[in-house]
Design a protein around this ligand. Structure first.
Ligand SMILES: [Zn+2]
Length: 322
């Protein structure tokens, strides 16, 4: 029996029950009033799967309320297949491939994958990288990807590309941000906010503004411009390895991505890296983590992206590859 033979990938009731276990580990919670005890399960032939009734506020609900699954007509078992595929594929899984594999429309495939990326997005309350209990070393670097709309390619430089800043804790997690430019006043606040003060920060010398870093346990850089890549423990190979997974995936699987969606693709790659096998998280456990992240993401999705624009992008498949 393969993993994909599990009942929650095929049976709608099993799919709901599985999601309920992840989202409500201590039993159902009314999304309308927070009630945990006086809740009943509605049964009967005409009742939709997973419907509960709260006897405190008298309202019905399912586990979908307030999650990325809300307002979707796609069966839960198909959602779970999509979550698994996106969680397990190291370089990503394109909307086109999802469309063919799950036999949903291309537009649905696109909605599914962007909502799942939203579920994968880390909360803003995550502790800073490199703090106590970690390796205490964080590498910081920027990379450039894609093509800005309407910006001609300069003779040299990267002004026509989108910039990404990634911070990688050695032996730990990554945090990536799509940044509008690579000026010190853009980068330093992100570094200060996301790296613990007890950490040592390693960078390359391209970013001389990192010399303005202070308050950390240390800051060292290797001089890539003069051919120096490793000096003892000082190097940025970990963050560069991360960039290579991200870039190979974006190039091979997604090909192009609109600027306004870049942060979600970054969330997807960060999520898989933060929950990788090397940290003891296998494909199934990673999919469970993604499903645990579905709660509270729906509103963010709505406010950051007007539905009209999304539908437009979906029709064009947003330039994703096959
Ligand atoms: Zn209630």
């Amino acid at each position: 029996m393969s993993i994909l033979s599990d009942a929650h990938f095929h049976n709608e009731e099993a799919a709901y029950a599985w999601v309920e276990t992840q989202v409500w580990p201590e039993g159902p919670v009314c999304p309308h009033c927070g009630e945990r005890h006086r809740i009943g399960k509605l049964k009967g032939k005409s009742t939709r799967i997973g419907v509960r009734k709260c006897y405190a506020c008298r309202k019905p609900f399912t586990v979908k309320v307030g999650t990325i699954f809300e307002d979707s007509h796609i069966p839960m078992r198909i959602w779970l297949q999509a979550v698994y595929l996106l969680s397990a594929s190291k370089k990503g899984f394109s909307s086109n491939q999802l469309h063919r594999t799950l036999k949903v429309s291309l537009k649905s495939a696109w909605f599914l994958s962007h909502r799942i990326r939203e579920a994968m997005r880390a909360g803003s309350l995550s502790p800073p990288l490199g703090g106590s209990g970690s390796s205490g070393v964080v590498e910081a670097d920027e990379t450039f990807i894609g093509r800005k709309k309407g910006v001609p390619k300069p003779k040299g430089g990267t002004a026509h590309k989108h910039a990404v800043l990634s911070l990688v804790e050695r032996g730990g997690g990554v945090r990536s941000v799509h940044i509008g430019n690579t000026r010190a006043d853009t980068i330093l606040p992100i570094v200060n906010e996301n790296i613990a003060k007890e950490a040592k920060v390693f960078t390359d010398d391209a970013a001389t503004y990192y010399n303005k870093l202070d308050g950390f346990a240390g800051h060292e850089s290797v001089s890539h411009s003069s051919g120096e890549y490793v000096r003892g423990e000082v190097h940025t190979n970990t963050v560069e390895n991360y960039f290579s997974i991200f870039k190979r995936g974006m190039k091979g699987v997604y090909q192009h991505c609109g600027e306004k969606h870049l942060h979600r693709y970054l969330a997807e790659y960060d999520f898989r890296y933060n929950n990788r096998v090397g940290l003891g998280v296998d494909d199934s456990a990673r999919a469970v983590k993604a499903v645990k992240g579905v709660v509270g993401k729906r509103l963010t999705y709505r406010t950051t992206n007007r539905k009209v624009n999304d539908a437009d992008d979906a029709n064009k498949a947003n330039g994703e590859g096959s």
